[in-house]
Design a protein. Structure first.
Length: 340
């Protein structure tokens, strides 16, 4: 089977390429490279010993997508391409609606035109908004509190409507929690361009001397050490969940053609627990300062994983030590990311 992976040169996308190539699939990557590097795909080929195909294109270019889907006779799409910085989405909402919502609409139109009807969508736990209870089940009410989360929910609703309109469509909606880590080889990993948006890249940049200290936003939450708690999942576990989701789609038919599952570990770690675990894995000290809470941050957020286990026969296998060790291995081998 030939799988089109949109955003495949990015952090999660490149790891997904490895997993699908190693499972015996042919892979075609579409990426516009605004937040990624094509070098990651050469690394994917080195890791797997397999050839992949790359087309530089934007998902909003429907004509290009139709050409690519037809050229490679694609049978399914794994859809990562999109903008993902919460803060940026607040200051640039039109860009987020254009890329994430309009881009997905044009991808679906291109799929429809070329007879491709299977898609795995990269959604986010941000669709839940402020938790009303924990752990978060897939039935938890949705209520995103920022434009990024709202674009993800809009795409989810679009996929649900399309699935209901015609049983030939098959969709898997995967709500990510907090991906961290890197491939065990250290050849591919998270390579933020500019200021990182997530905790782990900040920690690594303090540990390797690029930043003086880590700002911890709030130490007065109602948690075990006062800092925010999140569900961190190893990126390799996450992409293995995509392979399981793709396999699950093959067994679906008729009106049973769309499912939504959380991809997390079910365990929450605080900011301070993440810092201490990383210090142990790296043998580095991570200086930190306590800063005021950020607007919109919640005290705790972690997944209920039962549905993923039942629907996909999947559960996360890698622990926090592995997440930190593999992250540091990637950073040590690639101190300037893919620019080395």
């Amino acid at each position: 089977m030939t799988i089109l992976i949109t955003g495949g040169a990015g952090y999660i996308g490149s790891h997904c390429c490895v997993t699908f190539l190693q499972a015996g699939h042919d892979v075609v990557v579409v990426d516009n490279l605004i937040n990624s590097r094509a070098q990651s795909l050469k690394r994917v080929e080195d890791i797997t010993g397999c050839k992949l195909f790359f087309e530089e294109a934007d998902i909003r270019d429907q004509d290009a997508l139709e050409r690519i889907l037809a050229k490679y006779d694609c049978t399914a799409v794994i859809h990562f391409a999109g903008l993902k910085a919460v803060g940026e989405s607040v200051s640039q909402p039109l860009d987020y609606y254009d890329c994430n919502v309009v881009g997905t609409h044009r991808l679906l139109k291109a799929m429809e035109a070329t007879g491709v009807h299977q898609l795995i969508f990269s959604s986010s736990a941000t669709v839940y908004g402020d938790p009303q209870y924990l752990p978060l089940t897939e039935n938890h009410p949705t209520g995103p509190v920022n434009p990024y989360g709202r674009t993800k929910l809009m795409v989810e609703e679009m996929l649900t409507d399309v699935a209901a309109s015609d049983p030939k469509w098959r969709f898997g909606i995967l709500r990510y929690f907090n991906p961290v880590g890197a491939h065990a080889s250290g050849a591919i990993g998270e390579n933020p361009l500019g200021v990182p948006n997530n905790l782990m890249p900040f920690i690594t940049q303090v540990a390797d001397g690029r930043r003086d200290k880590l700002s911890v936003f709030g130490d007065d939450y109602d948690t075990r050490d006062g800092t925010g708690v999140r569900d961190y999942i190893h990126v390799v576990d996450l992409v293995e969940g995509h392979l399981k989701a793709y396999e699950a789609l093959q067994a679906r038919s008729g009106n049973d053609n769309c499912f939504t599952v959380n991809l997390g570990t079910g365990t929450g770690y605080s900011v301070l627990e993440m810092v201490r675990a990383f210090e142990r894995a790296s043998n580095k000290t991570v200086p930190l300062v306590i800063a005021p809470r950020r607007e919109g941050d919640v005290a705790e957020c972690y997944a209920d994983t039962k549905k993923a286990e039942e629907t996909l026969d999947w559960r996360a296998q890698r622990d926090l030590t592995a997440m930190c060790h593999d992250t540091w291995n990637w950073v040590c081998k690639n101190p300037r990311g893919y620019d080395d």
